[in-house]
Design a protein around this ligand. Structure first.
Ligand code: ZN
Length: 142
């Protein structure tokens, strides 16, 4: 089995990131650390870190910028919880293992997500209706 390190983020799909940022600031005092357009996902994402630096997790606010799946999600269900992302060691090996186990994958090879991290989604039918994302952080250069 591959190594899971922590929950990297919990993603909430929203219609308007600016409006949502105001809510998270008012209700929780959370401030965005990163905000970017993610070309490989056709989304805009803002990350609100929670916890000690180095072991923090984040609330990720995402909104579609051409991403049909997220548009459909918003049309069908409205804004709300979208996926849970877990940080793993060796994302390629993790995906290869899941494939041999017959776990349905949305991404058989990683794509680039927010912050340049490698990400891949597991199909929600594999987990009883919850969309999981695997994340392997980009190398940090200081
Ligand atoms: Zn995510």
């Amino acid at each position: 089995m591959f190594k899971i390190k922590k929950i990297d983020h919990i993603a909430v799909c929203v219609r308007d990131i600016d409006e949502s940022l105001k809510i998270y600031k008012t209700v929780f005092g959370l401030e965005p650390q990163d905000r970017e357009y993610v070309p490989a996902q056709k989304t805009e994402a803002a990350l609100l870190p929670i916890g000690e630096i180095g072991s923090e997790t984040s609330i990720e606010l995402i909104t579609p910028k051409g991403n049909d799946g997220l548009e459909k999600f918003l049309d069908k269900r409205g804004p709300g919880l979208h996926h849970i992302a877990i940080e793993v060691e060796g994302i390629e090996e993790a995906l290869a293992l899941l494939k041999t186990l017959g776990v349905p994958l949305i991404d058989e090879t990683p794509r680039f997500g927010a912050r340049g991290h490698k990400v891949a989604f597991i199909h929600p039918k594999a987990t009883g209706g919850v969309l999981f994302e695997l994340v392997e952080p980009a190398e940090h250069h200081t």
